[in-house]
Design a binder for this molecule. Structure first.
Ligand code: TYM
Length: 323
């Protein structure tokens, strides 16, 4: 069962990314799986080239520090395979329709009120589909917010196969049992996100312990006064229970019964998050301090990824008449 997933080096990696995606990748990966720093995706909005280069490196270090073992799974940087990913993207752009892309809610949200929206922001879900389909993924472990993009990837794989012949594997999304949509601590009706202007409700993976504690202790709760798992009526409290459950491999409802008040809930959650992220922060620091080692890991990942996808891209080119 091949898994593929990716993370953008846009902005700084937060607890939502970690619990919704990275932690699942670290917990379960095998030799055929691939995890990717999708730096091409980070160009769909204005970016600074030096920052992108540095963040992509940091992101690669973070996946490894979080426990995705590069001796087992393939961990690579998307732009190292720019020719392969861009080639399949073009083919799939000639499979997708304009209307399908115009319906993507993430595009509509991100483009709203912006001047000079990049065409890449519009076609971005095709690049994402190409990432998945190029590597023959059967499962794509992601957070809840990627479901619509995954549906599009499935549609494109099926349409491609029906039009040209069975070449592409039809993938499916796999979301975690808890914390598939971590909310912003300061505004629990919103998902925690890299782009929210206000950072007070966003715990970053590399935040120092004291800052994590402060952000969690200030999390917005409610006036109910009872610790209950009720995502609709008590989103703030339920979000903390989700986070605590994810970090301790627990169950949010069972935890709610053991915890008597909001202060205790926040303290336990802060402690669990700090302990969960501590080794990741330290591991990133160590890997970034050894550039030669990180370069070597990156090159090894790229080589494996390229070797694994070459036959599939060749088959795509053949059935579409390009070879
Ligand atoms: P990105 O970089 O925005 O997020 C990376 C992963 O983090 C998950 N995530 C969350 N999970 C729970 N709660 C949250 N608040 C939260 N915020 C983000 C995302 O669901 C994602 O799994 N388009 C993708 C990157 C991508 C990709 C791919 C993913 C490119 N190609 C191929 C899978 C397969 C994205 O922007 O994720």
């Amino acid at each position: 069962m091949t898994q593929f997933s990716g993370i953008q080096p846009t902005g700084l990696t937060h607890l939502g990314n970690y619990l919704g995606a990275i932690r699942q990748w670290a917990a379960r990966h095998h030799r055929d799986d691939l995890f990717c720093v999708v730096d091409l995706h980070a160009m769909t909005i204005r970016h600074n080239p030096n920052v992108l280069r540095a963040r992509a490196r940091e992101q690669l270090a973070m996946l490894i520090a979080a426990g995705v073992n590069p001796d087992i799974a393939c961990v690579f940087t998307q732009s190292d395979l720019i020719q392969e990913h861009a080639a399949l993207t073009w083919v799939l752009e000639c499979v997708v329709s304009y209307g399908e892309l115009a319906r993507m809610t993430q595009f509509k949200d991100k483009a709203k009120g912006q001047d000079g929206v990049r065409a890449g922001l519009f076609t971005y879900p095709v690049l994402m589909a190409a990432d998945i389909l190029l590597h023959g993924a059967e499962e794509v472990p992601v957070g809840e917010d990627q479901r619509q993009h995954l549906e599009l990837a499935r549609t494109l794989a099926k349409r491609f196969n029906a039009t040209y012949g069975e070449v592409l594997t039809v993938p499916r999304a796999v979301t975690p049992r808890v914390a598939a949509r971590v909310a912003d601590l300061a505004a629990p009706e919103r998902k925690m996100s890299k782009s929210s202007g206000d950072q007070s409700g966003t715990v970053l993976v590399l935040d120092p312990p004291e800052l994590i504690r402060r952000k969690i202790m200030r999390a917005v709760t409610d006036q109910v006064g009872e610790v209950r798992y009720a995502p609709e009526s008590q989103p703030g409290v339920s979000n903390l229970l989700d986070i605590l459950a994810a970090c301790t491999n627990g169950e949010p409802r069972a935890l709610a019964e053991q915890i008597s008040g909001y202060a205790e809930l926040k303290e336990r959650t802060a402690e669990a998050v700090i302990e969960e992220l501590r080794p990741v922060r330290e591991g990133v620091r160590e890997l970034l301090a050894d550039p030669a080692e990180l370069d070597q890991l990156r090159a090894h990942g790229a080589e494996r990824a390229r070797a694994g996808c070459a036959h599939r891209l060749e088959a795509v080119l053949k059935v579409t008449g390009l070879r």
